[in-house]
Design a protein around this ligand. Structure first.
Ligand code: FMN
Length: 359
């Protein structure tokens, strides 16, 4: 049976389908709980939450579902301020500030990035969510042991075989193999993303061959065809982000929603102009212009100091060209429906494909 995967059994979920954690303007509690209630694994992007907010969101999730769910965190070091890069980025964004009538910040220093810390680790061990996942790095093996010791399944993103092996050595239970097609930030932490862009079709079987831990495929999976393909490639489950963006429970802006409803395969590109880290989002005037000549940007998350005022202006004016509309290469396959309807449709598409064996 396609859905009686080791991953599904390990997590105690009916279908091995993870709704990817996604940080949007508002937390995705309604979406994540609906996905879990429908038999998938709902996720919350907790990277920017304080310990207090994390506690509050866990309580909300537990109120809305008794089913397993995943909590996701970023692993990145505190950035160092580089005056030369800062000056260069300032010059690049200055024309946008001038054209939009905004005040240009003096520099992009001073962002205290929320990172994974002992307070969050202790809360997770106390609250025991079914899964904790990490993006942008390899978790500390001691933290992995503590989480696993509490009965929590630990997952982390790899974008290459090399990264998958590093994660397995750190003790993670699940490698999320993120292909080039994926919407949002790349999880790369060893390989240089600019030279390495491995698609899901090539990445998943190679990661499956290279590691013994569970592998979940991610990037460009939008329907039953993608799920069947990834299971055939060796994945124990799938991790889908963009497909859930047009669910009725997802709190995205009208501009983002409308862009998704008319999305095409060529819409997106990878840009560091938003956060300082490579991120797949819709091409906009801002991201396209800043990508010219592939300049370096202030490190994540310092670049937000320059990009956020432009984004806020874009949101207030409903101006698509100055927003960050994160989505992946398969967005044209999106449909508007509830999370439960999406999960049911995915399950039916897979079952039809598997039973008719039309391949
Ligand atoms: C809007 C958006 C926000 C995202 N935020 C996160 C995040 O906070 N943490 C994370 O691990 N991945 C994040 N991702 C990446 C997803 O985990 C996943 O790799 C990606 O959505 C898979 O590709 P797909 O969008 O083609 O399904 C985000 C993706 C999108 C589209």
């Amino acid at each position: 049976m396609w859905n009686s995967s080791k991953f599904g059994k390990r997590l105690g979920i009916e279908h091995p389908i993870v709704q990817a954690p996604m940080i949007l303007q508002k937390p995705l509690v309604a979406l994540a709980s609906a996905v879990s209630n429908a038999g998938g694994l709902g996720s919350l992007g907790c990277a920017e939450m304080s310990v207090d907010e994390l506690g509050q969101r866990i309580a909300e999730m537990k109120h809305l579902t008794v089913k397993p769910f995943n909590l996701n965190f970023f692993l990145h070091s505190q950035p160092t301020f580089d005056p030369d890069l800062d000056k260069q980025a300032r010059a690049l964004v200055a024309p946008f500030y001038q054209a939009l009538g905004l005040d240009l910040p003096d520099n992009a220093s001073g962002t205290e990035a929320e990172t994974f810390n002992t307070g969050k680790l202790d809360l997770l061990i106390e609250q025991v969510p079914a899964m904790v996942s990490f993006h942008f790095g390899c978790p500390n093996p001691t933290d992995v042991d503590k989480l696993k010791g509490a009965g929590i399944v630990v997952a982390a993103t790899a974008t290459t075989v090399k990264e998958a092996i590093v994660l397995e050595r750190a003790g993670v239970d699940v490698v999320v193999a993120q292909g080039w097609e994926a919407g949002g930030h790349r999880g790369s932490f060893v390989s240089d993303y600019e030279d390495v862009g491995i698609g899901t079709l090539a990445l998943v079987p190679q990661v499956s061959d290279a590691v013994d831990c569970l592998v979940v495929a991610s990037g460009g999976i939008a329907d039953g065809r993608g799920i069947v393909a990834c299971r055939a490639l060796g994945a124990d489950g799938v991790w889908m982000g963009t497909a859930f963006l047009t669910c009725t429970e997802t709190p995205i802006s009208d501009v983002h929603h409308n862009a998704l409803m008319v999305a095409a395969d060529e819409d997106t590109h990878l840009s560091r102009a938003f956060s300082g880290r490579p991120c797949r989002a819709r091409r906009t005037r801002y991201s396209t212009q800043l990508a010219q000549g592939r300049p370096e940007f202030p490190a994540f998350p310092l670049m937000y100091n320059y990009s956020s005022p432009i984004k806020r202006h874009g949101i207030a004016e409903e101006d698509l060209e100055h927003q960050f509309l994160l989505y992946g290469q398969a967005a044209a396959l999106n449909k508007e429906r509830s999370a439960e309807q999406l999960i049911k449709a995915l399950v039916k598409e897979v079952q039809d494909l598997v039973t008719t064996a039309s391949i």
